[in-house]
Design a protein around this ligand. Sequence first.
Ligand code: DAT
Length: 176
Amino acid sequence: MARTSPNIIVTGTPGVGKTTHCEVLAERTGLRHLSVNQIVKDRECHEGWDEEYQSWIVDEDKLLDSIEEEVKQGGCIIDWHACDLFPRSWIDLVVVLRTDSTMLYDRLTARKYPEAKLQENLDSEIMEVLLQEARDAYDEEIVVELMSNSSDEVDGNVDRIEAWLRQWRQDNAPAT
Ligand code: DAT
């Protein structure tokens, strides 16, 4: 069945501003914010806790099973620092947020990330790992890279995504 509302992934290295964007976007558009972090924790889609990295070891099959019905209905904003696990047929737009490394360092330090995790995430941002993952997993026309250094950029990005959403709804309106 065709979706009447699109599904959007908002991805990027931890600390780039995914949650910040998704919350504003959900409020302004009425789409549902699916915080994968929260779902992994609440629905126990994991194989335990990694002490060194201070994060859950995600069971991807269980996660996908758990969200499949909801996502297939459309209208979801998926907030997660990985994207290539979600089937291409589920996804209409992939937003990859980017941040300058000095700013990311400050944000992750404020979160008290352990040293190994901090360094790995900074390297990942500099090496554009998530952007590449998104480009490898999805058609390039649906992957958009947006900067997230300031709150003005959050507003501008949300405006752009809202404009995209209006267009998507127009293009996918049921024939009358
Ligand atoms: P993520 O969900 O990607 O881990 P977040 O939305 O929780 O990131 O943001 C991490 C911190 O950085 C939080 O204190 C809000 C701040 N932040 C994120 N994006 C920002 C932006 N574009 N301008 C200013 N602050 C931002």
